[in-house]
Write a protein that binds this ligand. Structure first.
Ligand code: F6P
Length: 329
């Protein structure tokens, strides 16, 4: 078989480990792998990874050492043209021209929406791997890149705590997660933050101020408030204004961590997840499967139809929110 592999959407540490796993698993079974550059855009532009022999093919040595690096060596993009039917037909023409029988799509919900659109016009197989720092997909315990993003955020919060303590200040730290509070909640628990604001629960400024007064009364002199960028009330800058107007008892500063969270060498967990889901994707293709995302739940690898991975908003376990409340007192 000729299997195409690409990364799409926001890059995530561990994507390279996933590509490496796809290449190694496919070549091991004597199949060919075509690396498609810049996600769906590469399919429109016939933009492929060229190996050292000048061939548009990935070989065993093409991916040597890839698992330890962040970013996406195959590049990634969000491609507007692919959202149109004309763009999708162009992608199909490329796939047919280059004899590609199956695709491994590494990305998040946007990538899998794209895969579902493509499948309407193409009869090849498409299997996905969960590549997004947001951890917002159903069908897998974690997504590739989440662990590294949380580690980066926790390290940043630890450092900010040092200066917050010296100056007896409160910091509002905004973390990524377009529609999801997963990074925020995990960061908050792991870094011992006092407050977290996420889109999954209502953010009530009055209640937060009351809680802050209470904490001040109990002797807290520095406060870490983690804000998911997708909070329904707005990001850290907006919440900062609202807290100021509502009589917040602490002197405040805002830090937006932003794309810092998308870089860096992947944690062992992300390397493992990328490797496991990459191999599982090739196995699924060889098994005749299509329209599914590979994942890991508990100790098992899983397959979930694309539509199910994004149909539902993935809830944050109530237990984690309660944990934060207990620990932050
Ligand atoms: O989906 C991953 C993500 O990192 C989100 O957390 C964030 O909102 C978004 O991508 C940022 O996208 P861009 O790289 O296009 O600014």
């Amino acid at each position: 078989m000729r299997i195409g592999v690409f990364c799409s959407g926001g890059d995530a540490p561990g994507m390279n480990a996933c590509v490496r796993a796809v290449v190694r698993a496919a070549v091991d079974k004597d199949h060919q792998v075509v690396g498609i550059l810049r996600g769906y855009q590469g399919l429109l532009k016939e933009d492929f990874f060229i190996n050292k022999d000048g061939e548009p093919r990935m070989i065993l040595r093409s991916v040597s050492g890839w698992s330890r690096y962040g970013g996406a060596f195959l590049r990634s993009s969000r491609c507007d043209e692919f959202l149109t039917e004309a763009g999708q037909m162009k992608a199909v023409a490329t796939l047919k021209k280059h004899g590609i029988d199956a695709l491994v799509a590494i990305g998040g919900d946007g990538t899998f929406h794209g895969a579902v659109d493509l499948a309407r016009h193409w009869d090849g197989q498409i299997v996905g791997c969960p590549g997004t720092i947001d951890n917002d997909l159903m069908g897998t315990d974690f997504t590739i890149g989440f662990s590294t993003a949380v580690q980066t955020a926790v390290e940043a919060v630890d450092k900010i705590r040092d200066t917050a303590e010296s100056h007896e200040r409160m910091f509002l730290i905004e973390v990524m997660g377009r529609h999801s509070g997963y990074i925020a909640v995990h960061t908050a628990v792991a870094a011992g933050a006092e407050v977290v604001c996420v889109p999954e629960t209502p953010t009530k400024i009055k209640d937060i101020v009351a809680h802050l007064n209470d904490l001040r009364g109990r002797g807290k002199s520095s406060i870490m408030m983690i804000v998911a960028e997708g909070d329904e009330e707005g990001g850290a800058e907006i919440l900062h204004e609202q807290l100021k107007e509502s009589g917040c008892p602490f002197s405040m500063r805002v830090v937006i961590l932003g794309h810092l969270q998308r870089g860096g060498n992947p944690t062992p967990e992300d390397r493992m997840l990328g490797s496991r889901t990459g191999v599982a994707a090739v196995e699924a293709i060889l098994d005749g499967k299509t329209g599914v995302m590979t994942g890991v739940a508990g100790e098992r690898t899983t397959l979930t139809p694309f539509e199910e991975t994004y149909a539902q908003h993935r809830p944050i376990p109530q237990e984690l929110l309660e944990l934060l409340e207990v620990l932050s007192s």
